[in-house]
Ligand binder design. Sequence first.
Ligand code: ADP
Ligand code: MG
Length: 251
Amino acid sequence: MRDNVVLHVADVHKTFGGLHALADIDLAIEEGKTHAIIGPNGAGKSTLLNVIVGRLAPTRGAVVFDGKVLTGMAPYQINQVGIARVFQTPEIFPDLSVLQNVMAPAFAKRDGAFRLNALTSFDSEKAIREEAEHLIEDVNLTARKHSHAGSLSRGDKRRMELAMCLIQHPRLLLLDEPTAGMSRADTNATVDLLKKIKERGMTKIIIEHDMHVVFSLADKISVLAQGRIICEGLPDEVRGDPRVQEAYLGG
Ligand code: ADP
Ligand code: MG
């Protein structure tokens, strides 16, 4: 096993009643790389991310991050070891402003709990605010900084959520269809931002249906179909694989 692997998914199965949502899943995610998971609707992609972040317990198998077994840990504990996630459905504070939403995870990390109104040292609050403002600019939301998050479009919410993840400085970032519902311009801006993050060495797992996004970001691709990895490799290898054409591209 290569020693630059930061996350191992080892022999993971997940059943829902009689449905095998995941079967025999083995994945090795290398530090600093962007690993894309693609596959048709219902293939098990979101279930896999839910197992990694502790929202779902696998029926069998384990997830190991940086030598630490995550299986059995609560989602907040998994977040604390350095894994952040952009959900398929944005999870935000709709009544707070965009700026407050982006600052919140940094306060939570600093204080070890969500205390938005905590009495905090002015310096650290100022630093958090400055970083939040930079990130909001990176995700093209400066004009909406003081808007209620609940009033944002779906695409804007996703970019705000991305900023909420980035302010945590995670070692591993999980993205479940980060460009879903975005215009082409916002999609391109998001791809540029994700490339920038990559330069900073952050490891990412990205689930994405937009092949343009997948092929501009991924170092490696795993193709899931009906709960199994049917093909894995470099983007060019996966693109030409007949099993992928058949299962995924509907050929
Ligand atoms: P994808 O993200 O690839 O579209 P999902 O991981 O959401 O697929 O779903 C994989 C399969 O598991 C689907 O058949 C889906 O209906 C089923 N599934 C997902 N979550 C649950 C759940 N909580 N309970 C029962 N079935 C589920
Ligand atoms: Mg999904």
